[in-house]
Design a protein around this ligand. Structure first.
Ligand SMILES: [Zn+2]
Length: 266
């Protein structure tokens, strides 16, 4: 089996995870910029992180024959201080031409606050000015539906944004149709407890078809599973889905979306 892991925070994972993913058939890993688990104390902390995402991780992945791509931003969790966010966003353009950079992400909302919305709009503007793809994080649990609607409004209000160049991630049963109906791609995140289990994700695939949908593990420093995508593929196989359908969901769909960036070559 071949698959793409379109959302993984490998800076938080051990090298053995790269090996296990390669053994499971992974062809490429895409890493959005994320919260470190603690707030960075200065924009310089982000500068170093962007270097790590564009220089160090691709080299670590290459040791296992894996392609590594990245997305850049200041994540919603650290977006409450708008002045700080402005300084971080000003650092991003110098990294956008690096060979493994796909676009701006994972941007979005965490607590759906006014300041987070302001910073979201700044990121959307950055992506539009540089014609980059966008990867969006949606809030957790009770904030998810409202946050998803607010995010869709921001994206729709910017006339330069083409929905087919945006993936809205961490959809669940109550948000997936909002995202697909608005013309965006939708990502289903496979977490051991919150977000989506493999069984729930396959239920959604069976209900909504396989157009503009992908699966990811979003593995990070918390309880998460870097092999969640191949495990969901196994769940599909157990339910009788054909090899062609499985390949479409775990390989062809992410390849189709990501290939809209000229940097995505596998
Ligand atoms: Zn993430």
């Amino acid at each position: 089996m071949r698959y793409i892991e379109p959302h993984a925070h490998m800076v938080s994972r051990v090298t053995d995870d790269y090996e296990r993913m390669a053994l499971a058939g992974c062809q490429a890993i895409c890493e959005p910029a994320f919260w470190a688990g603690f707030d960075r104390s200065s924009p310089a902390g982000f500068y170093d992180y962007f270097c790590q995402l564009t220089e160090h991780e691709p080299r670590r992945a290459a040791k296992f024959g894996l392609k590594h791509f990245s997305w850049l931003c200041i994540n919603p969790k650290e977006s409450e201080d708008v002045k700080f966010a402005e300084e971080v966003i000003a650092l991003i353009p110098q990294f956008l031409d690096r060979p493994n950079v796909l676009g701006i992400g994972e941007i979005g909302l965490n607590k759906n606050s006014r300041n987070e919305l302001k910073v979201l709009e700044m990121h959307v503007d950055l992506a539009a000015r540089h014609q980059k793809l966008i990867l969006v994080h949606t809030p957790h649990l009770e904030d998810k539906l409202k946050g998803t609607q607010l995010i869709i409004d921001v994206l729709k209000n910017d006339r330069r944004i083409q929905p087919e160049r945006v993936i809205i991630d961490h959809v669940e049963e109550h948000t997936v149709d909002h995202v697909l109906n608005a013309g965006f791609w939708a990502g289903m995140t496979l977490y051991p407890e919150t977000k989506c289990t493999p069984a729930r994700a396959v239920d959604m695939l069976e209900m909504y078809g396989q157009e503009r949908l992908w699966l990811n593990s979003a593995c990070d420093w918390g309880a998460s599973d870097p092999l969640a995508v191949p495990k969901a593929a196994l769940e599909m196989k157990k339910r009788g889905h054909s090899a062609t359908v499985i390949d479409r969901v775990v390989f062809e769909n992410p390849a189709k979306f990501l290939s809209q960036s000229p940097n995505f070559k596998i």
